[in-house]
Design a protein. Structure first.
Length: 249
């Protein structure tokens, strides 16, 4: 990673953390922030479980066990955000009932961050059945490491003098500590497969990709002048609906 990338990393992380923390603190934007976190966290579970099965089939039981724990943690993270939404008398929109015009029929949803982060990879190459192990481990390591810090920042903007916020703050801090654990095992998994120099090089590559992806996301955010589509509706769910698959921390 060159010096400019390093500086942009700090600026990009700071800007994204500022936006998320602001959206978490503001009662008007908090539901949407919680909903997007719920979708991202629970959406990663099927991806991780498929990878776990693949690791087991390939005989890497150490990794399979770590991935089992990882998937369970992400499921729990999704539940923490779903619970926080219910306390605001909100729930994630049931996408099955969304009019087609909202989702643009037939067009896959584009995410400027993920498009840039995984630039050069086809969607088939990013499927859990096919993704290159090193690419998975290193790309997820960077996301988990940064997520652990972002969640601490998010928790810190929540007030403690009111029980619902205080409870959410505790939940988010426990999420942050799980993400730190995820980053640690992912790095260890890289170290089991690569030499120290190779680990540094591959992490450096994904750090640079993350910086570029953050810039893509921030410029998209500015173009839309901060308007993101609503992900929540009023009411408490009778059953938890399945979240769409997405790679998340
Ligand atoms: Fe998580
Ligand atoms: Fe995680």
């Amino acid at each position: 990673m060159n010096f400019l990338t390093q500086v942009l990393h700090l600026v990009g992380s700071g800007a994204a953390a500022f936006i998320t923390a602001r959206n978490m603190r503001d009662p008007l934007t908090r539901p949407n922030t919680l909903a997007s976190l719920q979708l991202a966290e629970s959406g990663s579970v099927p991806f991780l479980e498929t990878l776990r099965d693949r690791a087991a089939t390939e005989g890497d039981l150490w990794l399979a066990e770590k991935l089992t724990r990882h998937a369970n943690d992400e499921r729990r993270h999704g539940q923490i955000f779903a619970h926080a939404l219910r306390q605001l008398n909100k729930q994630v929109i049931d996408f099955k009932n969304t009019p087609k015009s909202v989702e643009k029929a037939g067009e896959p949803k584009r995410n400027p961050f993920f498009d840039a982060y995984f630039e050069g990879y086809t969607s088939a190459e990013l499927k859990p059945e096919a993704i290159d192990w090193i690419a998975f481990l290193a790309s997820t390591y960077i996301l988990e490491l940064d997520a652990s810090k972002d969640f601490v920042r998010m928790a810190n903007v929540l007030p403690e003098d009111e029980p619902v916020s205080a409870n959410l703050k505790k939940g988010i801090l426990s999420v942050a500590s799980d993400e730190t654990g995820h980053a640690a095992y992912l790095r260890e998994a890289l170290e089991r497969r690569l030499t120290a120099g190779e680990v540094d090089a591959v992490i450096d590559t994904w750090r640079t990709r993350k910086v570029n992806a953050m810039l893509a996301m921030i410029s998209n955010f500015i173009q839309k002048s901060g308007k993101s589509p609503s992900l929540v509706q009023d009411g408490v769910p009778t059953e938890m609906s399945e979240a769409p698959a997405a790679l998340a921390a």
